[in-house]
Every structure is written in structure tokens, then in C-alpha cells.
Design a protein around this ligand. Structure first.
Ligand SMILES: NC(=O)c1ccc[n+]([C@@H]2O[C@H](COP(=O)([O-])OP(=O)(O)OC[C@H]3O[C@@H](n4cnc5c(N)ncnc54)[C@H](OP(=O)(O)O)[C@@H]3O)[C@@H](O)[C@H]2O)c1
Length: 340
């Protein structure tokens, strides 16, 4: 039923949950009561606003209309433990994690691409992975116009994409190197990532699964197929962690069905929702994570032809992984939900 205000809860106050509180406020989501739940109760402050965090429990979802989940994934994670309970108690769950994304009963939504899928929900709607969201925002207008047959993507993913522990690791490693030299980082730092991140990059996000790809790489394949409603696109991904605080970059290669010039792609993307084209390399204008941080749009640049392959094109795609890659997209889904 349409209401003027909705009772909302945010589960998890890590990197994404904090951004979720910020985005709800900035976008003036029509909130009646706001509940913030996590493993441990405490008081937190975000942009000068105080929030009381309560320990999550099944009863915590009573009376909630929209439950935004930003807890950790997997067996003991918030969504697996509480999402179905929240639905039973009357809430619609929007989950940031991977636990329900490929469930055929759960729509996987990027509002710029498949907003109408929200209507098919049976209680749970999934937010895609951060690296998938920005890629489909940039590619969907091209796919609609000329058809995309193939995608080869290499991601350069920021530390905050792996949560607050990874952000801390990068900070601590940088501080250790600044204080005691490069060797200091090997002895004095506790790691939440599989490798040292300061002064380093590594092609390993998630765990290695089928055909020696990581599960993060498979997310780019399977989630793109589901969101774009097209399983025929041939997709291959390499995901790389880089020592950036926030903002994922992607080097994306596509082969289209019909030809399209880089100029036409620029014009098309400039008019598409949620995209800012920054593409004037002679003036050193191209998207960078430091400029995307704190923004909700997906930034696209370096649009150029493959000089050797017919209908081959390159794009460079950047977005804030905590905002469009997580919190903003989730709140946009909630906005779509309350329209119906
Ligand atoms: N970071 C990104 O760029 C990004 C992008 C897209 C999607 N995601 C997904 O978003 C989710 C949150 O990621 P994050 O980066 O914010 O993680 P994070 O920084 O590690 O924070 C996790 C939060 O979840 C809470 N939590 C964990 N298990 C819980 C449980 N069983 N019940 C209730 N709360 C629980 C923790 O509570 P305490 O604080 O009390 O320990 C913490 O506040 C993950 O599923 C992640 O895969 C992240």
C-alpha cells in the first residue's frame, strides 16, 4: 500500500551501511521511523547526525516496511540469518550481498537498466555487486542501440570495496611504510585482504572457483546476464585490487552487433540516465576514482575504437563503489519500490 512515510531499517554499519544512512538523508527518502541494526549495539555519528545502533534480532524487524541489508555475506551473515525473518514480519528486503542475487525469485536491479524488475519481487530484492552495477549502467544504452556480443573487462577495485577492515589495512600499511620504510609493512600489519595492498596491486578478489576465475569475476558474468536479460553476451573478467580508498575503475572492451562510432557512443551515453561522459584526453580529461568519490553517477571516458577488430570498442568506467556500487543503488531500488 502506498504511504506518505515508510519505516526503514538499515542492517550493518560498516562501509556500506554508513553510506546508506548518508544517502537516505541526502535523497530525502520518506522515512517514518529509522532503525539501525548491527551485531553490537552502540552510538554512532554520521555527518554530525547521531544514530543508536541496536543489536539485530527477529523482533527488530516488526513494523518495518523496507529493510536495507548491508551486513556481511554468507552463512552467519545478516541476510542469510534475518532476511526471510524480516519478510515474514512484513518488510521488503533490499540486500547488498551476494546471497540471493542469483535466486530466480529475487529480482536483481539497477534502476537505470531494469527498474521494472522491482515489481516481480516476492519479498527480497538484490542489489548487484559494485563492479557489475557501474558496468551495466555504462553498457546498457549501447546494448539497446547496437547489441553487445562480447565484453572483456578488467576491474581496478578500491580497498573500501572489501569493507572497513580493508580500508584499515591500507591505512595501516601506508602508515607503517611512512614510519619505518618499506620493509616495515611486512612485519607490523594485520591483514584482512589476501596480500599487502599499499604500493601493490593483486589480481585476486574473492576466492578462486570454476575455470580458475574468482567468484568476483563470475559475478560480473552472471549478474550482467540477469540484469540485462541476455545470457548470450560472452563475458570474461579479471578483477584486481588496487591501493585506492574508494572508487572502482574498469577497463571495458566490447564488440557490438552493429557498428557504432566513438562519437555516437559519447552522444548516446551523455543523454543516458546516471552517466557523466568525461572524454577529452587531449586536455587530460578522463574519469578517475578520486573525482568519483562521493558522487552517485557512473563516469565514462577513453571511448575509442579497436583499430584491428570490426565493431570493437574500449571504454573506461569509474564509479564510487560505496554509493552507486552499493548504497545509492539500494536506495534507488527502495524509491522504485514505493512508486508501485
Ligand atoms: N563495500 C562495497 O563496496 C560493497 C559494494 C557492494 C556490495 N557490498 C556488500 O555489502 C555488504 C556490506 O559490506 P561492507 O563493505 O559495508 O562490510 P563491512 O564494512 O565489513 O561491515 C559489515 C557490517 O555488517 C554487520 N554485520 C555483520 N554480520 C552481521 C549479522 N549477522 N547481523 C547483523 N549485522 C551484521 C557488522 O556489524 P558490527 O559493526 O556490529 O560488527 C558491520 O556493521 C556485504 O554483503 C558486501 O558484500 C559491499
Amino acid at each position: 500500500m502506498k504511504k506518505s512515510k515508510y519505516n526503514v531499517c538499515v542492517v550493518g554499519v560498516g562501509a556500506v551501511g554508513i553510506e546508506m544512512l548518508r544517502v537516505l538523508r541526502q535523497r530525502n527518502f520518506p522515512i517514518g521511523e529509522l532503525r539501525v541494526l548491527a551485531r553490537r549495539s552502540r552510538e554512532i555519528e554520521v555527518d554530525g547526525q547521531k544514530y543508536s545502533v541496536r543489536t539485530v534480532s527477529p523482533e527488530g524487524f516488526d513494523g518495518i516496511d523496507v529493510a536495507l541489508f548491508a551486513g556481511t555475506e554468507g552463512e552467519k551473515g545478516a541476510a542469510v540469518t534475518y532476511a526471510k525473518e524480516a519478510v515474514k514480519r512484513g518488510a521488503v528486503v533490499i540486500d547488498n550481498g551476494a546471497d540471493f542475487r542469483m535466486d530466480p525469485d529475487v529480482p536483481l536491479v539497477v534502476p537505470e537498466v531494469n527498474a521494472k524488475d522491482v515489481k516481480k519481487h516476492k519479498g527480497i530484492i538484490a542489489n548487484p555487486n559494485c563492479s557489475t552495477i557501474q558496468m551495466v549502467v555504462a553498457l546498457n544504452p549501447i546494448h539497446k542501440k547496437v547489441g553487445i556480443k562480447r565484453i572483456i573487462v578488467t576491474t581496478l577495485q578500491a580497498s573500501s570495496g572489501a569493507g572497513k577492515g580493508a580500508v584499515e589495512q591500507l591505512k595501516t600499511e601506508n602508515a607503517a611504510i611512512a614510519a619505518g620504510g618499506y620493509e616495515n609493512v611486512h612485519v607490523n600489519v594485520e591483514r584482512s585482504l589476501p596480500q599487502q595492498l599499499a604500493y601493490n596491486v593483486f589480481p585476486h578478489i574473492g576466492s578462486f572457483v570454476e575455470c580458475d576465475y574468482t567468484n568476483e569475476e563470475w559475478k560480473l558474468v552472471k549478474e550482467t546476464h540477469k540484469i540485462m536479460h541476455d545470457n548470450k553476451i560472452k563475458i570474461s573478467a579479471t578483477t584486481v585490487r588496487v591501493p585506492v580508498r574508494t572508487g572502482h575503475s574498469e577497463s571495458v572492451y566490447i564488440e557490438t552487433g552493429k557498428p557504432i562510432t566513438p562519437k555516437k557512443v559519447r552522444d548516446l551515453l551523455s543523454k543516458a540516465p546516471g552517466i557523466i561522459v568525461m572524454d577529452d584526453p587531449k586536455k587530460n580529461i578522463y574519469p578517475m576514482p578520486k573525482d568519483a568519490e562521493g558522487k552517485d553517477e557512473t563516469f565514462v571516458g577513453r571511448i575509442r575504437c579497436d583499430c584491428f577488430v570490426k565493431n570493437g570498442l574500449w571504454l573506461w568506467v569509474v564509479a564510487d563503489n560505496l554509493r552507486k556500487g552499493a548504497a545509492t543503488n539500494a536506495v534507488q531500488i527502495a524509491e522504485e519500490l514505493i512508486k508501485y
